[in-house]
Write a protein that binds this ligand. Sequence first.
Ligand code: DGL
Length: 424
Amino acid sequence: MRLLPLLLPVLLAACAAGAETGTLVRRAAGDGRAAFTFDAGAWTDPAAVRRLPIGVFDSGIGGLTVLEAILSLDAFNNQTLELGPDGVPDFAKERFVYFGDQANMPYGNYGAAGRTDYLRELILKDTIFLLGRRAWPARGDAPHFAKPPVKAVVIACNTATAYGLEDIRAAVAAWGVPVIVVGVVEAGARGVLETNPAGGIGVMATVGTCASGVYPRTIGATLGRAGFGPPPIAQQGSATLAGAIEGDAAFTEPVAVYARREVRALAEAYRELRPGRPLETVVLGCTHYPLAKTEIEQAFAELAADPSWRAVVSPRLAFVDPATLTARELFRELARARLRLGAGENPVIARDQFYLSVPRPGFPGVRLAPDGGLDRDYKYGRLPDQLDREDTKNVPLTPAVLPPASARLLRERLTVVWSRLGGG
Ligand code: DGL
């Protein structure tokens, strides 16, 4: 009976989370030995918590754009915490654990397959992985327990934020772990407030993020709190642009072609609203899109220069990149919770750690595609709540395991991450 007060919050959160994630939440906090569980005793000493790394996850490598923004940020004075650069990266002393759920991506397509329930479970599993110590070696058929827990979870994926932020916050509260949770969407919405809150807004994202309606909802609420009326907002969900940017061989045309297609579709959707003012702000609501900002900007410039689109697209568009804003949000939240490393305190790991999920070919019932990834029907046909099914495993992400197109992208565009990854 004495356990009841302790267990009650977990049980209540599990009920609130619904059937899809309730069992997962209930059994996750324990000794951390089994799959999809973590050691709930890892956050008892506040000084030790400060020394833990910051966890960042995405459905794949796209979230590395957010990590790049975090590692490059110099928006604050590290001593006084005041706004304004001081020449020292804001997270210089901190260490990071990055996880990309590559085997289960794209997250943006689960909704169309009718499986947002399974997507929500995946997103919680990503969080549990970051909180825990359990990970897999590059080779070998048993997990190890040498991964450090984290003091913050950054959801560096728009789709995962759209479908999982509330679940994660509820679960973290139920588990009673003092871990900060930051998602890219709220930061992106605040970015709109900083650019042009009175102008028309376009959101470019995955099909799933758009279907969730998270950006219009969050932008509307953020602007409303600041005293602005509801703006005209159009969305364009793309099933191709992220893959094309990543260099997926399935997309054979240059990125500019896919970008032009999506930009035009967004402008058409915006025109349909009969907004009475041109589109002035575009939210790059997918992790990959900042990497194609040049192509996207060019496509908008072409439209703005066309007399038939002049009333729809402003020639002076502002682009909101939620990555940088997320980095600022993370700094503020860590400072507020006094979780930044103090003078004389050292992180528990000397170097950042990077992980990527891969299929487990030998797992009973798992079906693979010819390229070694999970078979598409198998991937999108899985049901939640089968917690003994560990059909993927989280192994070290190194330059060698990246497909050549992804490696090139990181080497050329995400140079800070690339060097932390050991890419030179
Ligand atoms: N990382 C995802 C996002 O930001 C894009 C890729 C995916 O669909 O998994 O929405």
